[in-house]
Write a protein that binds this ligand. Structure first.
Ligand code: DQA
Length: 154
């Protein structure tokens, strides 16, 4: 049985590589998606890699993931700091949730220090640059593989 992972990206991440490269680097979101897909080669894992600038779209993808995914890796971008609605949607998802931030939000402006999503996340990555996505993905793949290998409980 294959595993399934959603990687969701919030507003302005479509501009990755062009937007404030001194903070977010020069790699594009397409580069990040490619390295995630490369990492999954040889693993029986489906990947949906998505980006939207619209809060409702991210919420709809989280709802879809409720029946389609074992894990969500999410960089909610600015919605991290504002969105109770994304937190509520994630609370309705039963799988693994990993929150990723390219920058170390705790080293930045005080308004970035609070995350609504962290209250639901099983793990949080911040400040690893875009490598945070592959580190999160490696963690999630290991967790799903172990879960699938575990004998079903009686
Ligand atoms: C971000 C950090 C957020 O504070 C910011 O609004 C973003 C990107 C990051 O990946 O470092 O858009 O989530």
């Amino acid at each position: 049985m294959a595993g399934s992972i959603y990687i969701l990206n919030g507003p302005n991440l479509n501009l990755l590589g062009q937007r404030q490269p001194e903070i977010y680097g020069y790699e594009t979101l397409a580069d990040v998606e490619q390295s995630c897909r490369d990492m999954l080669t040889g693993h029986d894992m489906a990947l949906r890699f998505l980006q939207s600038n619209a809060e409702h779209q991210i919420i709809d993808w989280i709802h879809e993931a409720r029946t389609q995914a074992d894990a969500i890796i999410i960089n909610p971008a600015a919605f991290t700091h504002t969105s109770v609605a994304i937190l509520d949607a994630l609370n309705a998802f039963e799988g693994l949730v990993v929150e990723v931030h390219i920058s170390n939000v705790h080293k930045r402006e005080p308004f970035r220090h609070h995350s609504y999503v962290s209250g639901r996340a099983d793990a949080v990555m911040a400040g690893f640059g875009v490598e945070g996505y592959s580190l999160a993905l490696r963690h999630v793949v290991g967790k799903i593989a172990r879960k699938m290998a575990a004998p079903a409980s009686a």
